[in-house]
Design a protein around this ligand. Structure first.
Ligand code: 173
Length: 504
């Protein structure tokens, strides 16, 4: 969107007149926008927009979005002009009681030395993150069965360690799509990192750079792509997670720009033709929606709820299909991996089309409810490749990845033993970033320490020693097997709530 410097300036007083649902203007970074039609499409709800109706929303906007979000998602004619800076009065925002209590909790964070595992970060994040942030990050589809299964699946795989193998030095470094990685772990893409911390994704980039870990940069980040790439060290490998836009030119530009900027792999998300139904997040959005007069299930009510859920459909193309793959292959030389494959048949298809690999994933349980865990898919996929194609894993030509539910190095080791090249962690690093970059670094250090000890205890000197014989996965498909209670995880898991009466 270009700004016409010669256009007449709009006074803040004029903007202030447009302060209602009927006509809603806001100021962001000196620019005036008409967001009347957009507010019901806003993924964060209309209430927050109405709170700033007729006012300068820059500080609140910057807290969450990348600078280019407005120009990407609003029609050009909704940009009305520049505000006359002489007329702007600074708005003082009032802290709510809950905000004050949260700030208080934030000032009592335990020192990082007392954070012993990734569950600890989750417990702290739940206390100090804004409740909307927590709801957005932690929620998952429908009854949240798949998201819990992701974690539980790791409990159905047990070790068959080897002894007397001289494990005085152990080494769990590896390569992912040809890029060196200090561990078989990468940072999986998660949207809107600024919700967790003002430095958002940059905390992940910088921590990854210091620990030799590869970050998958999300399409839906809260910094621009370039800001995230600029935060990397020279030579630091990054991947890009791609949502294919309805407008293929937007996607082509992003992919080619990423390749030019040195991104080493493209992870195309294929499990999100529509966003899953995350009810804890939806309930939070209701709380942040202006109440409608009559709580009827009118078409207008339904449309309002549906619109917010479907807003991503305006930029993620549900028509994406296998015939788009040759096009993707034609616009880049980067290795292409499909993220969100859930069956051996699709993994075969990806292999046959010369792709570099697949991420076996149910999107952190946020998409199709009752999609199986990545770990369970891994067992099935490797079995089929072996039986039908004589191909075994890990394999440099076609790499398998899994994500979802991983909290311990033992989880990663199980997946690697079963054929995964590496494992993605998304939420745990976001939770760690409540502490900023040092938190993310601490999370990586914890994984590092867990790897060192567990490699020794397993009798595995290098990644090559992590073979299928090291694990017993015979119960992986048994969804009703009794497993010991995971107290740390369960203490963090939040039960879902039913609807409540409106406050009288
Ligand atoms: O899981 C998600 O929340 C997600 O993938 C997404 C998709 C589009 C916009 C924001 C987040």
């Amino acid at each position: 969107m270009s700004t016409n410097q010669n256009a007449e300036l709009i006074s803040a007083q004029t903007v202030a007149k447009h302060n209602s649902r009927e006509s809603c203007w806001i100021i962001v970074s000196g620019k005036v926008y008409d967001v009347t039609d957009f507010m019901d499409d806003h993924p964060g709800g209309s209430k927050i927009i109405l709170k700033y109706a007729g006012m300068d929303a820059t500080a609140e906007y910057d807290r969450i979005h990348p600078p280019d979000a407005l120009s990407t998602h609003l029609a050009p004619e909704k940009f009305l002009g520049l505000v006359d800076p002489k007329t702007v009065v600074k708005v003082e925002t009032q802290m709510s009681e809950e905000d004050k209590a949260r700030a208080q909790r934030k000032s009592s964070l335990p020192p990082l030395s007392e954070i012993l595992n990734l569950h600890d970060f989750e417990a702290i994040a739940r206390l100090v993150m804004h409740e909307r942030t927590w709801a957005y990050y932690s929620s998952a589809a429908d009854d949240e069965i798949s998201t819990r299964e992701n974690h539980a699946a790791y409990h159905r795989v047990w070790f068959r360690p080897r002894v007397l193998r001289d494990v005085s030095t152990v080494d769990w470094s590896t390569t992912i799509l040809g890029q060196p990685s200090s561990m078989p772990v990468y940072i999986s893409a998660t949207a809107l990192g600024k919700l967790a911390h003002p430095d958002g994704e940059l905390n992940l980039t910088r921590a990854a750079g210091n620990h030799g870990v590869i970050q998958m940069v999300p399409t839906m980040a809260s910094f621009t792509f370039d800001e995230i790439v600029d935060a990397a060290k020279p030579g630091q490998a990054q991947f890009l997670q791609l949502y294919v836009n309805r407008d293929r030119n937007i996607t082509k530009k992003l992919v080619q720009h990423a390749e030019k900027r040195g991104v080493k792999g493209l992870f195309v998300t294929v499990d999100t033709p529509q966003l899953g139904r995350r009810e804890r997040d939806m309930r939070m959005r209701f709380a942040n929606q202006e109440p409608t007069e009559a709580p009827q299930n009118t078409p207008q009510d339904r449309e309002r709820v549906q619109k917010a859920a479907n807003v991503v459909n305006s930029f993620i193309d549900p028509a994406l299909n296998w015939n788009d793959i040759p096009w993707l292959q034609s616009i880049t030389k980067m290795p292409i991996v499909l993220k969100g494959v859930q069956s051996w048949a699709d993994a075969f298809e990806a292999y046959d089309r010369g792709l570099a690999g697949v991420v076996l994933s149910n999107h952190g349980g946020r998409q199709l409810e009752f999609a199986r865990s990545g770990l369970e898919m891994l067992v099935e996929v490797t079995q089929h490749f072996k039986q039908k194609r004589g191909i075994t894993f890990p394999n440099d030509k076609f790499q398998l990845f899994v994500d979802g539910g991983v909290r311990r190095a033992t989880d990663v080791i199980k997946a690697v033993a079963l054929g995964a090249t590496a494992v993605g962690l998304g939420r745990p690093f976001l939770y760690a970033s409540a502490y900023g970059q040092p938190g993310v670094e601490r999370a990586m250090q914890i994984l590092h320490d867990e790897f060192e000890m567990n490699m020794r205890l397993l009798g595995a000197r290098t990644i090559k020693d992590l073979v299928p014989e090291l694990v017993d996965a015979s119960s992986i498909h048994a969804h009703m097997v009794a497993v010991p209670d995971d107290r740390l995880y369960n203490a963090n898991y939040e039960s879902m709530q039913h609807a409540r009466l409106r406050e009288m």
